[in-house]
Each structure stands twice: as C-alpha cells, then as structure tokens.
Design a protein around this ligand. Structure first.
Ligand code: ZN
Length: 263
C-alpha cells in the first residue's frame, strides 16, 4: 500500500467549453492548432444528447444524476438542486482539493473553493464581455493549475452566446481561434501534459450547435432583446480525453470517472 501512497496522482483537469461543436472544429483544424494537437494526442468522441438544455446537461455532468433524478431543467435554482451531491462536494469531504470555476448549471454560474465574479452575470452578450470572460477564466485557471489541486473544473460560456447570435458567420471561427489560443496556454504552455501521465484531462462541451431552425429543441426565443438568433443547440457534443482510461459516453460519466480516480 506504500506504493499507492507514494504515487503522485497529479491533477484531474476537466475543461468545460459550453457549446464547443465538432461541426466548427473539424473543418477548421488547420486554423485551430491546439485543438488539432489535443485531438492527435487524446481520444476524441461525439457525445449524443437526448436533451440539449445547458443547465441540465452541466448539472448531470457534475452530479452524475440523470435529468429524471436531478430534475434541473432551467437555470433557476430549485429545491432538488440544493440536495444534490456534486463532484466537488463528494471529493472535498474526502479531503481532496477541488476547484470549480464558472460552472453554468445556474445563473450566475457556480464556483467552488474560490471567489469568481462571472462576467455579465454568466450571460455575456457583447464582444467586450466575451473577451472579458475568455481572459478572466483563462487567467484564473492558470493561477489554479499552478496550485496543483486534485481536481480543477473551469467552464467557458462565451462560445454558446456567440453562436446564438452569429451562427453561420466567419466571426464564429474567429472566436474558436481565440479559444484555441487559450487552450494552448492552459494545456500546452503550462506543461500540464508533460508529467509522465499523472495529470488527466477531459475537454468537453454540453451540446453542439446548428442553425436556429434545425435544432430539435428550441432553447431560446428567436427574437431576443439583443436581436434575432441565428443558431441553437445541436445534440452532438464535443469530447477529448487525455490519460483517462474509462469511457465517457454521456455527460454523467464525467462525475463517475473523476470520482473513481480517487477511490
Ligand atoms: Zn450550453
């Protein structure tokens, strides 16, 4: 058992990118060199969802519960949600150092083990706020990675907002390029994956994206006070894992894969 105790477990890094979609990433890999590198070294997959409501998917991912069990379908905090045991609750009880940053299953997004003021109350709506979220989540995540926690779970929400307003425009790809640079800073520039496989990584989205009329579930009204929406959620979500031995076939599996790693 001494061997088990001496083993450096490293950090389990779950990077959430709300609305990251294969249908943008795959055809633009020549412009997205860090996504490309990640896909080359990791295992990638399309996760197909039954329901594409962001709050509900993130809630299932971090609690391990199905929608029928957690009953959380909107951003509104309900009584059932308060009773849930999230991955950070479970592992913190075991004495693990767990940090969650900007987890968008509620508005404003939730953070655990740190103070973080979400940009735009968690619903950034213009270029200035999208930039601000990208920079602030990146900087905070770098700071937390350097502290070598057992588990670190930051989530970016900006691509979801950008795609709702700009789906079909080159503008969307420009933002994927900015996101790609940040992935490079977090995962490659920090040397996170150089540590002999001790560190583990999951990069995951809660759904993909498509034209507004093509979405099976309409998640927002077509006309909002910020303008007419061009895109909505698609049921295919993005997933890449590195150094993770277990299969992830649905969002809930993230909870169990991270939990199992500490038992
Ligand atoms: Zn979403």
């Amino acid at each position: 058992m001494i061997h088990a105790m001496l083993k450096n477990k490293g950090t389990f890094f779950v990077l959430g990118i709300d609305a990251a979609t294969w249908s943008i990433i795959t055809p633009n890999l020549s412009k997205l060199r860090n996504f490309k590198r990640l896909i080359e070294i990791g295992k990638s997959k399309v996760i197909t969802l039954k329901k594409t409501i962001s709050a509900s998917v993130w809630c299932g991912m971090f609690s391990g519960k199905l929608l029928e069990e957690h009953k959380h379908e909107s951003y509104v905090v309900n009584g059932e949600l308060v009773k849930l045991d999230f991955i950070w609750d479970v592992l913190a009880r075991e004495g693990k150092k767990v940090k969650a940053l900007n987890a968008p299953f509620v508005v404003p997004p939730y953070s655990f083990g740190l103070d973080f003021k979400p940009v735009g109350f968690g619903l950034p709506t213009n270029e200035k706020e999208w930039n601000e979220e990208l920079e602030r989540v990146t900087e905070k995540t770098k700071e937390l990675l350097a502290e070598k926690p057992d588990v670190l779970i930051p989530v970016y929400t900006l691509l979801d907002r950008i795609q709702h307003f700009h789906w079909g425009e080159d503008y969307v790809v420009e933002w994927y390029k900015r996101m790609d640079e940040k992935i490079g800073e977090l995962i490659f520039d920090t040397g996170f994956l150089d540590l002999e496989g001790n560190n583990k990584l999951i990069v995951i989205s809660d759904h993909g994206f498509c034209s507004f009329g093509e979405a099976k579930v309409q998640t927002l009204p077509e006309y909002t006070k910020e303008g007419k929406l061009k895109g909505d959620h698609h049921e295919n979500a993005f997933l890449v894992t590195v150094n993770v031995d277990y299969e992830i076939n649905r969002p809930q599996d993230v909870f169990y894969v991270v939990k199992e790693d500490f038992y």
